[in-house]
Design a protein around this ligand. Structure first.
Ligand SMILES: *[C@@H]1O[C@H](CO)[C@@H](O)[C@H](O)[C@H]1NC(C)=O
Length: 208
């Protein structure tokens, strides 16, 4: 028995509404998620739990020799659990790249605080959207899409701050996922329409 058209429409629209409501992390039923398994005589929860000091070093540290990201997600900052937000601070010495990657659970809103940066993402129709950002610009990378950032200015570093709509956006690095796991060489050779020697060469470059 088929649904009448009107009911199908209602089912379809309510599914859309559910999708919209669930666009961030799941809602929690408390103001925040306090740490569990604390020792019996530990002090009561205070402002320290809601404070993350792991980015202070950025103020004083010299520019690193290679691209560097400092994350403040719920892994580093447990108070973010359930709050649907997180940050990453990205430092690009001249000529460095943040290799192609995706964030499976969140869009990324990047603010370029210093320098210039070439950014881009590829959508599901394989269209590349790219831009060269100036200091003060914002750029949004839609959720789940493959993207990169590149500091083409070899003489000056760049510094960006990225906000995420998830406490745990996750990162899938394409070079690592494809060529630094144990996916069979012949599967990769067939996938990339090349030979096993070429795949092994790519793999050798990523060994830690
Ligand atoms: C490749 O994987 C190894 C082991 O997990 C890791 O130590 C290394 O950093 C990875 N290489 C890169 C380029 O991330």
């Amino acid at each position: 028995m088929a649904f009448p058209k009107k009911e199908l429409f209602l089912v379809a629209t309510s599914l859309v509404v559910i999708q919209i409501v669930m666009a961030g992390d799941p809602d929690i039923l408390t103001d925040f998620i306090a740490p569990t398994n604390t020792p019996p005589n530990s002090p009561p929860l205070d402002g320290n739990f809601f404070t993350f000091t792991g980015l202070r070093s950025l103020v004083s540290d010299p520019v690193p020799p290679a691209f560097k990201v400092v994350k403040a997600t719920m892994e580093q900052f447990p108070a973010l659990n359930g709050q649907s937000v997180s940050y990453a601070v990205l430092i690009y010495p001249g000529g460095s790249v943040n290799p192609v990657h995706t964030h499976p659970r969140s869009a990324e809103l990047l603010f370029l605080a210093q320098g210039s940066l070439t950014v881009g993402f590829v959508d599901t129709t394989n269209t590349l959207y790219t831009q060269t950002l100036e200091q003060g610009d914002l750029f949004v990378f839609p959720k789940g899409l493959v993207h990169f950032q590149y500091n083409a200015d070899v003489k000056s570093p760049a510094l960006a701050i990225s906000a995420f709509g998830s406490a745990s956006p996750g990162t899938v690095s394409l070079p690592n996922t494809l060529f630094n796991t144990t996916i069979d060489d012949s599967v990769l050779a067939l996938s990339f329409k090349t030979d096993v020697a070429t795949i092994q060469k790519l793999k050798a470059g990523l060994k830690g």
